[in-house]
Design a binder for this molecule. Structure first.
Ligand SMILES: [Zn+2]
Length: 320
């Protein structure tokens, strides 16, 4: 409800107002982490929607979409409130870090909902969850392919086992408008999964990649957030109609078993069949040291495009 002030840390927006500032926390050794937050508080009652981006610091279209939405959403038109964190991991953004927070080498989306006594990234996740996500009726986390990943846009939601929450998350995914939707039952410490496990309908949306800030992907995210706001009653109107979505139930990740030079034999979006050769590996002299067969049939949803691969690095994922 939003005929009341909304407060995040030291930031308070009265009804009909926008307020911004930083959530800060001391993460030890004299290091303070700052997380930018914008609160847009409507004049009328409605849901509180949380939008985050920059959990991974080099996924630029989502970050850009969050920045623009934080400036353009009009409190006079909003019912309820929107809390936007345009860059969750500022250290990763500043250092152009792939996957991880450079302050401790940990992937934020493996440690949610965090731990106030844990590592730097766990403390940051706890800060986000206790101050921001705890207030959410609905939660959208904007991502894309990382600096070394190409992808076809898709939306993930976590099947928590609570039918009411899972149906609501699925409805958010459908409203967003990206026509590939994956409902996964694997909880990997992602913020959307942790939020759903707390009873908050949540989605993670992916568009763009390879370190490029491109306008079509930015627009995919902006349209998606506006569609969700219409769906849940935060904005007037209905979500735009889009192509009927295709649903997948599994997100099959393939990781490298050894350090290698990586040659994918598929393109992103390509349909593969279980058993197809989808990549080859060589050593630094070009000697073949292995190949990879598809562990499942379905589309390649994301694909690592760097040849430089370490043991256990992700290579691609298939929707199944
Ligand atoms: Zn990401």
């Amino acid at each position: 409800m939003s005929t009341r002030p909304i407060t995040v840390g030291e930031i308070t927006a009265a009804p009909g107002q926008r307020a911004r500032g930083f959530l800060t926390t001391d993460v030890g050794r004299g290091v303070t982490v700052r997380m930018p937050v914008v609160v847009i508080n409507g004049k009328a009652d409605g849901p509180v929607c949380v939008v985050t981006a920059g959990v991974h610091g080099a996924e630029y279209p989502g970050i850009e979409a969050a920045i623009r939405l934080s400036r353009t959403l009009n409190p006079a038109e909003l019912r309820g409130a929107v809390i936007i964190v345009p860059v969750v991991s500022v250290p990763a953004f500043q250092r152009r870090a792939i996957y991880i927070n450079p302050l401790d080498g940990i992937n934020f989306n493996r440690v949610c909902p965090g731990n106030p006594m844990g590592t730097i990234t766990e403390i940051m996740a706890h800060l986000l969850f206790t101050n921001v996500i705890a207030q959410a009726d609905y939660y959208i986390d904007l991502h894309g392919g990382d600096m070394i990943e190409a992808l076809v846009p898709f939306t993930l939601y976590y099947k928590s086992g609570n039918k009411e929450i899972d149906d609501a998350s699925k409805a958010l995914a459908e409203a967003y408008g990206i026509p590939i939707i994956l409902g996964t039952s694997v909880l990997r410490g992602g913020s959307y999964g942790a939020a759903a496990a707390m009873g908050k309908p949540a989605i993670l949306t992916e568009a763009g990649g390879q370190g490029i800030l491109d306008e079509p992907s930015t627009q995919t995210h902006i349209r998606g957030v506006l569609n969700v706001l219409r769906k849940v009653g935060g904005l007037a109107g209905s979500p735009e109609a889009g192509p009927p979505p295709v649903h997948y139930n599994k997100f099959v990740w393939v990781a490298a078993e050894q350090e290698c030079v990586y040659y994918p034999k598929v393109t992103v979006g390509q349909q593969v069949k279980e058993g197809d050769i989808i990549a080859q590996f060589t050593d630094l002299f070009g000697e073949k040291i292995g190949e990879l067969r598809a562990p499942a049939s379905g589309p390649v949803l994301f694909l690592v495009t760097s040849p430089a691969i370490n043991k256990s690095d992700p290579l691609m994922a298939i929707g199944a």
